[in-house]
Design a protein around this ligand. Structure first.
Ligand code: TYC
Length: 102
C-alpha cells in the first residue's frame, strides 16, 4: 500500500527526471550578395515578424554577422532551416540559415 505522501514524492521524483525537450536557435548569417529586402521578406514569411521587427533583425545580421530568427524544438527548427534555404536558392540568393542548440 502506497500512502498519499509517498505517492506525491514519487511524482516529484518523476518530474525531476523528465527533461524538457532541447530547444534550437535558428539563425541567418550575413553575406555580401543577398538583398536586404529579400532578408526582410524571409523573416516576415517564415518567422512571423512584422516589417519593423524583420528590419531590425536584418540590420543586426548585416552589422554583426548573424542573428536569431526564433527558438524552436529540433524538428521545427530543422524545417525552418530547410524552408529558408530552399526559398533562397529558388531566388538565386546565397542566404545561409543554420540552427544551433540553445
Ligand atoms: N549584407 C547584405 C547586403 O549588404 C544584406 C544581408 C543582411 C544579407 C542579412 C544577409 O542575413 C543577411 N546586401
Amino acid at each position: 500500500m502506497v500512502t498519499r505522501r509517498q505517492d506525491e514524492s514519487l511524482l516529484e521524483l518523476e518530474k525531476t527526471r523528465v527533461k524538457p525537450p532541447p530547444l534550437f536557435k535558428v539563425m541567418v548569417l550575413n553575406d555580401d550578395y543577398t538583398p536586404m529586402d529579400f532578408v526582410v521578406a524571409v523573416l516576415q514569411k517564415f518567422f512571423g515578424m512584422n516589417r519593423e521587427q524583420a528590419t531590425r533583425v536584418m540590420l543586426k545580421v548585416h552589422t554583426e554577422g548573424a542573428g536569431v530568427c526564433g527558438i524552436y524544438p529540433k524538428d521545427v527548427a530543422a524545417s525552418k532551416v530547410e524552408q529558408v534555404c530552399t526559398f533562397a536558392r529558388q531566388h538565386q540568393h546565397p542566404l545561409a540559415c543554420v540552427m544551433e542548440e540553445n
